[in-house]
Design a protein around this ligand. Structure first.
Ligand SMILES: [Zn+2]
Length: 172
């Protein structure tokens, strides 16, 4: 029952993401964690970043922790926010990018990884799609009680779209 409830929570939160999105002119490169509340979860954040990096011949993202970060263009900022929205990715004037994670969902374990990867996907220019296997499906599906993981992952199509847009190479 708890899992079903959690599933619904994530579903609602992911659907709250903006559908309108546009690509940065350059790869963001840096994901800067700006909120100390994320400190106990940095391994999950790193895992989420690695989830993208491992598929490319050279890393496209690297994680930096800077609680006093001076927000400049072309970076992705991972923040937290109060309230019950799970995740949200925002572009301000085509320049600053924020990935916000609700503090209510910081203890979501693998669900937190799902939210972060989904929002980073938006940050890399991906829209929602209809593929239930994809991290970019608008809601979370397929929680596996044994592995305690969600079924969704970064698909070959997701990766190809990022690679094509940014002119980077996928590992064979
Ligand atoms: Zn979304």
């Amino acid at each position: 029952m708890k899992n079903i409830l959690f599933s619904v929570l994530i579903a609602l939160s992911l659907s709250a993401c903006y559908d309108e999105w546009w690509h940065l002119e350059e790869l963001p490169g840096e994901i800067v964690v700006t909120d100390p509340h994320l400190e106990p979860y940095l391994d999950i954040v790193q895992e989420s970043v690695d989830g993208y990096n491992q598929h490319f011949t050279k890393p496209i993202l690297h994680l930096k922790v800077d609680y006093k970060a001076n927000k400049k263009c072309g970076r992705l900022y991972l923040m937290t926010m109060p309230g019950d929205k799970g995740g949200e990715a925002t572009v301000v004037k085509g320049c600053k990018q924020y990935l916000e994670i609700s503090r209510d969902h910081l203890d979501a374990g693998d669900g937190l990884r799902l939210i972060i990867q989904h929002e980073i996907g938006h940050g890399l220019g991906l829209m929602h799609n209809e593929d239930k296997n994809s991290i970019m499906y608008y809601m979370s599906v397929g929680y596996d009680k044994k592995t305690k993981k969600w079924h969704q992952h970064i698909t070959d199509d997701n990766l190809q779209e990022i690679a094509d847009y940014f002119g980077v190479e996928l590992k064979k």
